[in-house]
Structure formats: structure tokens, C-alpha cells
Design a protein around this ligand. Structure first.
Ligand code: PXG
Length: 446
């Protein structure tokens, strides 16, 4: 960016104590902080001036790379023109323009979208909408929500209830009632080192029939799954699994929600996973890449029939008692519109898809490295799973994470699984550097 020196973006704060950091070992971090003070394209700048290659697109969100001029400019212009305007019984042009544009990326009759500020809110919006939709059509008995083990749907009460991560649930009491879970689809014995989608596991979708038999389908409002589970360590859906889920939901009148917070906006080389897998859900949630991570925004897409069901009462009545102060925030909308322009003008989804084979080969080159017990990949996502250190789960991956950062590479880890998902502007040299650095770190740590 012209005239901008990321090294002087900010200096090291004197007091690290007051900020209660999210999903972080606060005391450990504050003893040895890893600070980022600037970013451009594929790189962060650390507080000591080192360039750090972004192997994770921030937190799976900076799909077009950092500091992209058209997005920065759109945000600057918009905040100066109209900083805020309410969307409750008022309006401003941008969310209408953005909604029209986004829905052209959707398959079938998914033609409406509700805005929020995060993936968590997009998910809670979808779950609430599902229950309200059934109620509006006289099936108020459909209240049950089905998630999946090892699913991540954000941190709202709805999201952690349908989510399948015990660590995210156990601190927070009874959660939502009437929730059940499908089994996750990962089986290392049958799937380890699969390139792309595993052949084994489509039958696990039939577990939904079992839950239908147990609860009676007339009590079930919706099923929510991530097409590719991201946060819990990249669980790629077995071939045919998502199609089978779709068929069972259709058979029983259950809404199918795809949580595309990670898979949306090009991560698999298509706009959304619905297109990649050729399976059309009833609702789609997204966030992150919608604004390239620059301004918080979430969105919940829905099919025409769902929207129309809400439009049946008197015209002067609010149809859905739901919304956020910042639903359709002008600056977020401006960021999203500029982001969509960058994706389209640079043909980023297709461009990154051309590198999927190279990415896959590079990831699987780590197969025989010390402690590697699985490598899996899809689109521009890869996971390298390490055998846990005896008695010290997560220590091995944390160690790799710190060592990579010291060598100028940002990776993510969850348990002992390292996850990689660079910006879609990554080139072959970046891919070589990501897996080269990680490979060296794994070899040296052995
Ligand atoms: N659904 C999915 C599928 C997600 O991946 C959310 C919902 C929640 O989004 P918000 O914007 O409320 O955080 C997510 C978020 C990681 C990581 O390291 C993943 C997420 C967030 C932070 C870290 O894997 N995913």
C-alpha cells in the first residue's frame, strides 16, 4: 500500500494483562507473546520486523490476501460517506446490492440472504429460522436440531449445542434442549493418507435414519453440517456422504443447513462447497471470506420457499423477530462488494483450483516425516496429524506451531492436528515454503 509502513503500524503495548484473549492460553501467551503488526498479500509482519508467511489466511478468512488496495479503499470511502445506518424499518442501498450479488453465487432457488456479523451469528440465525419456518407452516412440533460430532458452528449457545466439540461445550451448562448428533466421518484406519475425498464412509449418513427412527422425523427441524469440517482438524466428507444426507432430509421434510463459514468463497476452488459437491442444501451460512476478513460480517442464505413462508401474514407485521444492530452494516457491505470484485476480477477461485494438485502433492510429501500419522486435503486445505506425545496431548503440534512462527510461517493447530489454508493468491513457491518449513520443523523436533 502506498505510503504505508507496516513496521510502524503499532508499537508493542506495555500492558498485556487486560485483554482476555479468545481461545488462547492467556498466561502462556502473555509470557512469550507472538505479535503481528502489519500485513500485505501473503505475509504478516511480526513485531520484530520479520516477515511471516500466512499459511492459514488469518483464521481461514483472508482469501484474497492481505491489504488488498480495492478493499482498503472501499472501506475508507464508505466509512467517510455513510458510517452507519440502521436496517430496522430503515434501509440503505448497500445490503440490497450485496444481497442481489451474493445470491447469484447460489445454486437452485437459494435466493435470499440475512446478514449478521460473524459465523456464530449466521449459524444461530439459521437454526432460529429453521424452527420459525416450520412453526409458520403449522409444524411447530419440529424443534429438534441435529449436528454432528466434531462439528464446529461457532460459539453462540445454538452453535455449541449443535457443535460436537466437548471442550467448547462442557464449561457452559445444559445448552439447548432437543439436540442430537450424527457421528463424525473420520476413521484413521480406513482413511489415513487419502488424497481428497475418502471412499469409505458414505453409509455414516444413514445414521440420520436412525435418529429419525429414535425421535420421529416430525420432531426434527434441521440438520447442520460443515461440508468439510475445518476447526476440528479437516475432516473431508466421504464420497457420496453429503448426497445421502440430502436425500434423507428431503424424504423426512428436514431442512439441511451447510455451514460454509470456511468452505465459502473459494476455499475448494468454487464459490461454495454446494457447487463443489453438487449438493443443494436449504440454507447456507458463511462469514470470514465474505469480506476477506477485513470487517466482521456473517450471512445466512435461504431457499425461496423458506422466505415465502415468512411472507404470509399481514403486510404491516414484522415477519421474523430477529436481527442485529449491525445486520448489513454499510462498511461491512462495502468491504464485501469490493471483495467480490477482487475474487471475480482475478478469477481467484479457478486460479487457486489450478494449484490443487500441486498443493496435494506438497502436503503428502510429509507422509514419512516423524510422528505424522495422517495427511488429508481438499481444495486449498490440508491437515497434517501428528501422534500425540505420550501424556502430553497437543504439545507436539504446539511446539511445531511455535517453531514455524520463529522461522517465518504461520500455521494453525488443534489438538495434534496442523491445519493449513493459505490465501488463494498463493503461488507454487509459497506452497513449497509452507511444506518445506513445516517438514524441517517436524524432522528437527524428532
Ligand atoms: N462455523 C464454522 C464452520 C466455522 O469454521 C464459525 C462457524 C464461527 O464463526 P465466527 O465468525 O463466529 O468465529 C466458524 C469459525 C480455526 C478457527 O482455527 C476456525 C474458526 C474460528 C476461529 C478459528 O480452525 N471458525
Amino acid at each position: 500500500m502506498a505510503g504505508y509502513d507496516p513496521l510502524h503500524a503499532t508499537s508493542m503495548p506495555n500492558n498485556l494483562d487486560a485483554f482476555f484473549m479468545p481461545f488462547t492460553a492467556n498466561r502462556q501467551f502473555k509470557k512469550a507473546p507472538r505479535m503481528l503488526v502489519g500485513a500485505q498479500d501473503m505475509h504478516y509482519v511480526a513485531a520484530d520486523g520479520r516477515k511471516v508467511l500466512d499459511g492459514t489466511a488469518g483464521l481461514w478468512c483472508v482469501n484474497a490476501g492481505h491489504g488488498r488496495e480495492p478493499i482498503v479503499k472501499a472501506v475508507q470511502d464508505q466509512v467517510a460517506r455513510l458510517d452507519y445506518a440502521p436496517n430496522f424499518q430503515m434501509g440503505h442501498p448497500l445490503p440490497f446490492e450485496l444481497a442481489a450479488r451474493l445470491t447469484t453465487m447460489m445454486p437452485g432457488d437459494i435466493d435470499h440472504v440475512f446478514f449478521s456479523n460473524s459465523g456464530s451469528e449466521a449459524v444461530d440465525t439459521a437454526l432460529k429460522m429453521a424452527i420459525a419456518y416450520h412453526r409458520a407452516r403449522g409444524e411447530g412440533h419440529r424443534t429438534r436440531l441435529i449436528g454432528r460430532e466434531r462439528g464446529y458452528h461457532g460459539v453462540g449457545f445454538g452453535g455449541i449445542s449443535v457443535g460436537g466439540i466437548s471442550g467448547n461445550r462442557k464449561q457452559f451448562g445444559a445448552l439447548l434442549p432437543g439436540v442430537d448428533h450424527l457421528p463424525h466421518t473420520y476413521d484413521r484406519d480406513r482413511q489415513a493418507f487419502t488424497r481428497g475425498q475418502p471412499e469409505w464412509g458414505a453409509h455414516l449418513a444413514d445414521e440420520l435414519e436412525r435418529l429419525c427412527a429414535l425421535h420421529d422425523p416430525s420432531t426434527i427441524a434441521a440438520v447442520i453440517v460443515e461440508p468439510v469440517a475445518g476447526s476440528t482438524g479437516v475432516l473431508v466428507p466421504p464420497r457420496g456422504y453429503l448426497k445421502r444426507l440430502r436425500e434423507i432430509c428431503t424424504k423426512h421434510g428436514i431442512l439441511l443447513i451447510f455451514d460454509e463459514v470456511i468452505t465459502g468463497f473459494g476455499r475448494l476452488g468454487k464459490g461454495f462447497a454446494t457447487e463443489y459437491f453438487d449438493v443443494i442444501p436449504d440454507m447456507i451460512t458463511c462469514a470470514k471470506g465474505i469480506t476477506n476478513g477485513t470487517i466482521p460480517m456473517g450471512a445466512t442464505f435461504l431457499r425461496k420457499g423458506i422466505y415465502d413462508t415468512f411472507m404470509n401474514g399481514p403486510e404491516n407485521m414484522i415477519e421474523l423477530f430477529h436481527g442485529y444492530t449491525y445486520s448489513g452494516h454499510p462498511v461491512a457491505c462495502a468491504a464485501a462488494l469490493a471483495t467480490l470484485d477482487v475474487y471475480a476480477e482475478e478469477d481467484l477461485f479457478a486460479r487457486s483450483a489450478a494449484l490443487h494438485g500441486y498443493w496435494e502433492d506438497a502436503a503428502h510429501s510429509l507422509k514419512d516425516h516423524p510422528h505424522v500419522i495422517d495427511v488429508r486435503n481438499l481444495g486449498l486445505i490440508a491437515a497434517v496429524e501428528l501422534a500425540p506425545l505420550a501424556g502430553k496431548p497437543t504439545a507436539r503440534a504446539y511446539d511445531a506451531f511455535v517453531k514455524c512462527f520463529e522461522r517465518g510461517l504461520l500455521i494453525r493447530y488443534t489438538a495434534d492436528i496442523i491445519a493449513l489454508s493459505p490465501p488463494l493468491i498463493a503461488g507454487k513457491a509459497h506452497i513449497d515454503e509452507i511444506f518445506g518449513t513445516l517438514g524441517d520443523v517436524l524432522k528437527e523436533a524428532a
